[in-house]
Every structure is written in structure tokens, then in C-alpha cells.
Design a binder for this molecule. Structure first.
Ligand code: URP
Length: 478
């Protein structure tokens, strides 16, 4: 690595344009983007001729060092991030889970976990209960899905939406109907279905659609923007499409597992193989994946996350007798950039500039850190990848950098490869080798009132002006 780097002769791709240019980096910042930059001998020169030079990926949705369902994810902030860097992602946004209901205590705990970071990161705040204390703390994320554990009801959801709106915080929702999922699980047990397929069968896509519709309607009622995480089904996607068509500010985030897998994995006769695919909402049947891809290519959905939440076979085996005890979550932080390239660009569904938009720029815009992140422009952070469209990738648990012994994308191959990753101005991935430094990653603050809030009060004015004057009623004695 070097504090001065020149990337020569590549095609620089931003979400707004692509051009053949050199990129010069000094002390972690992009200093110049133009043809034929001349430099001295103290500069590390990387030849990118015939390759794409793009902003590093930003993963809007991860769970590193996540204590969940009686265990903790195998990938912590160091190993999970190292895996991300090997796959061309240079920033992620993780979900802070409150400690005993306190967001502040949760934030402090996550600050500690993140001390070993080797790339930049941000935090979303998860809301798992609601009271005066929480109301006073910063809030961004709601879970509707896990009855008794993380779920909050509609009254609290409305309170949260109102609070988010007043703070300029973007409300995010895990949209599943937890009460109905609970009923679905009981049905499976009554039928004697205890295996991983019971997980999928107990929470059909109609429950995801119902919760997505409800969250969208309630956010519309409060007139605050809404971000729906891990959109896994046509049902949820169609609710987002309808709301957007009506002008509502709703963002939909598909994840790489939902975009590339067909959900048949949980029917594998081998328990461990089947259990590795268990996540919530479940990976849907064939057809949902293609529909989500189409929605992404036409702008109904805006950006791709992973929900990286990695458990190993031993942890998955906690649910060997009962699918309700299988820790929910799959990998993706390392695979996202390659798989999205393969299914979206290589397949001809989107352009290279759109690839940059859905893997990096849109995330930076939504969370208000653009153009510091998500762009190759003078003044932006030097988070850059060199991507060779003529090389190829192959995914195996043997060769991946996650600490898990399994990979839901095992055996996937495709064209294109992240050959070099630069994070914060350091070359951290080159020649299939990681050179990561614990503690080098920085916390990135995401300021409130991102573009989604622009002019939001017009909606309030419209609502008020639509109200008829109240009727004046007088007592008969008056
Ligand atoms: O299965 C999943 N998605 N695990 C992570 C937690 C959540 O529900 O998002």
C-alpha cells in the first residue's frame, strides 16, 4: 500500500458517466480524475487498461458481531469486513441492536465491536421496543417480524415514524407479520414439519406483502419516507411499485440472496445444507428472483444489500430438531459485487453506470454521505475497485474469507472479477491477497434530512388544506 496511488488508463465509472481517465489518490482522498496524469517515483502506479475503475461497493445492510437467537454471527467487524474488501465492498452499514432496550448502550457496545474495523462503516439503529427513553434516543429501524423478541406493533410503529420524521431519520422496516408468522409456525409443528422447509412454509410471501403494505400505508399516513429492507418477494415489491407510482417516497432494498437463489435449498435432504439457507423473510420460490431483478433494472427497487448474517454449520445445527431454533441469516458481503455484476450487467439487464448506482452511489445518496462516498470525484474518499470484466470469479466456502464453513452461493461462477480494492487510500486487496489493517476503518456519520426529506412538508400542507372545516356545534341553551 501507499499513501500516493495513480490508477492509469482505466474506464472510470460513476453513476452519472463513464470516461477513460487516470485517478490520482493522496492520503486517502481522490485528488484528480483526468487523462494522462504525470507523477513522480514515490507514487504506486496501477495499470487499469481495459478494466473498470469504480467506487467501492457500499453494503447498506449487514449484521456483524450480531448476538441473535442464542448465538453470535461468526463474522465480526474484522473478518466480515476483510471478506467484504476481498469482494470489492469498501463500506457497510450495520444494525446496532439495543442493549436492554437502550439505543445508547447498544451504540456504545457496537462502537467497541467496531474498533477492529479495517474499512469504513456506518450504523443504523434498530428499534425493538418503544418507551419514553427510546423516544429520546436516535431511531431508524423497526422490526415487525420476530414475535416476542424484536417485533413492535402498529401503535409503536406510528410513534416511531413520527419521531423519525421530526429528526430527519429514515425509517427502515423488516416487513413480515410476526403474529401471522407465529400462527404459521404452530401449523407446521401441528403437521409434524420440524425441518428447515418448515421455516419457509410458515412465513409465505403474502405475509411479507401484508406487512410491507401496512408499513407503507402507515408511513404515508405520517408522511415520512420509508426504506423497506430485504425485499424478498413479488408481493412486497408490488406494494413498493404501487406506492412509488402514487408518488410516495418508498425505497426498496433487495438482497443478493433473494436476487440469485430460488429457495429450493431448504428442501435439501441434508439438514446442514438445508439450514444454511434459512433467513427471514425466506428466500422465495423460483420466479421471485427474476422479478426482483427486473424491478431493480427498471428502478422500482433502488439498491442492493446483503443482510450478511453469517452462522456456521454448528450454529445452524441448534435447530436440528426444530426449524424455529435455526439461527436466521445467510452470507453475501463478499459475494454481492460479483453476483450483481453477473446477474445484472453480464446478463444485459443494466449498464455499468447503473451497476455503480445500485451497488454504491444510491446508498451514499439515501444515507446522505454522497459524494464523499459512492463516487470517483476529486475530494471523494479513495474507496475504489479495479474490476476486470474479462476475468472470472468462483464462489466456494473453501476459498471465501468469511469465517463460516458454508456459503449459500457455493459453486457459483461468472464473468468479471474485483482485482484490486483500495479502501481509505490503502491497497487492501491485490493478486488475490488481503492486506488489511485492524483499526484502520473509520465510523462514517450519516447526517439527517437526506434528499428523501426535501419538500416533505408540502405533503403536510396538502393534507391540512384537504380537511373540511370542523362543524361548529352549540348547546341548545346557548
Ligand atoms: O434472517 C435474517 N434476515 N437475519 C438477520 C436479522 C433480520 O431478520 O434481518
Amino acid at each position: 500500500s501507499s499513501s500516493k496511488i495513480l490508477i492509469k488508463g482505466g474506464t472510470v465509472v460513476n453513476a452519472h458517466r463513464e470516461e477513460v481517465a487516470d485517478v490520482y489518490v493522496e492520503d486517502g482522498i481522490i485528488v484528480a480524475v483526468k487523462p494522462n496524469i504525470k507523477v513522480g517515483d514515490d507514487v504506486t502506479v496501477l495499470d487499469a487498461t481495459g478494466k473498470f475503475v469504480m467506487p467501492g461497493g457500499i453494503d447498506p445492510h449487514t449484521h456483524l458481531s450480531f448476538e441473535f437467537m442464542g448465538t453470535e454471527t461468526v463474522d465480526d467487524f474484522f473478518y466480515g469486513q476483510a471478506a467484504a474488501l476481498a469482494g470489492g465492498t469498501t463500506m457497510h452499514i450495520d444494525f446496532v441492536i439495543p442493549v436492554s432496550g437502550s439505543l445508547t448502550a447498544g451504540f456504545e457496545a457496537y462502537e467497541k465491536k467496531a474498533k477492529k474495523s479495517c474499512m469504513d462503516y456506518g450504523f443504523h439503529m434498530a428499534i425493538t421496543k418503544w418507551d419514553e427513553v427510546v423516544s429520546k434516543e436516535m431511531e431508524i429501524m423497526f422490526f415487525l417480524a420476530y414475535k416476542g423478541a424484536l417485533m413492535i406493533n402498529d401503535e409503536l410503529l406510528l410513534e416511531g415514524f413520527k419521531k423519525c420524521k421530526s429528526l430527519g431519520a429514515l425509517a427502515m422496516v423488516h416487513a413480515e407479520n410476526g403474529d401471522a408468522v407465529y400462527e404459521g409456525q404452530k401449523r407446521m409443528i401441528e403437521l409434524g414439519i420440524f425441518g428447515p422447509e418448515g421455516h419457509t412454509l410458515s412465513r409465505p410471501s403474502l405475509l411479507e406483502g401484508e406487512a410491507t403494505a401496512r408499513a407503507i400505508r402507515l408511513a404515508g399516513f405520517v408522511n415520512t419516507p420509508l426504506y423497506v429492507v430485504h425485499v424478498m418477494s413479488i408481493d412486497a415489491m408490488e406494494e413498493i411499485a404501487t406506492a412509488r407510482r402514487k408518488g410516495q417516497r418508498v425505497i426498496g432494498e433487495p438482497v443478493v440472496s433473494g436476487l440469485t437463489l430460488d429457495g429450493s435449498g431448504v428442501w435439501d435432504p441434508d439438514f446442514v445444507t438445508a439450514a444454511k439457507f434459512v433467513m427471514s423473510p425466506p428466500i422465495r420460490a423460483s420466479g421471485h428472483d427474476k422479478a426482483l431483478q427486473a424491478a431493480l433494472s427498471t428502478g422500482i427497487l433502488q439498491l442492493v444489500g446483503t443482510d450478511h448474517c453469517s452462522f456456521n454449520s454448528t450454529q445452524k445445527a441448534l435447530g436440528i430438531d426444530d426449524f424455529r431454533n435455526i439461527p436466521n441469516g445467510v452470507n453475501g458481503i463478499e459475494e454481492r459485487m460479483h453476483l450483481v455484476w453477473d446477474i445484472m450487467v453480464e446478463s444485459g439487464q443494466i449498464s455499468v453506470t447503473d451497476y455503480v448506482r445500485i451497488t454504491s452511489t444510491e446508498c451514499a445518496r439515501i444515507f446522505n454521505i454522497y459524494p464523499r462516498k459512492g463516487a470517483i470525484l476529486p475530494g471523494s474518499d479513495a474507496d475504489i475497485i479495479i474490476f476486470n470484466p474479462n476475468s472470472s470469479f468462483e464462489i466456494t466456502a473453501k476459498s471465501h474469507h468469511s469465517r463460516s464453513d458454508t456459503n449459500v452461493f457455493e459453486g457459483r461462477r461468472g464473468k468479471g472479477k474485483v482485482e484490486v480494492t483500495i479502501a481509505g487510500g490503502r491497497i487492501v486487496w491485490e493478486n488475490d491477497e488481503l492486506k488489511v489493517v485492524p483499526g484502520s476503518g473509520k465510523y462514517v456519520e450519516m447526517p439527517p434530512f437526506a434528499y428523501l426529506f426535501n419538500g416533505i412538508d408540502k405533503g403536510d400542507a396538502e393534507y391540512l388544506s384537504s380537511l373540511r372545516a370542523p362543524v361548529k356545534r352549540f348547546k341548545s341553551t346557548d
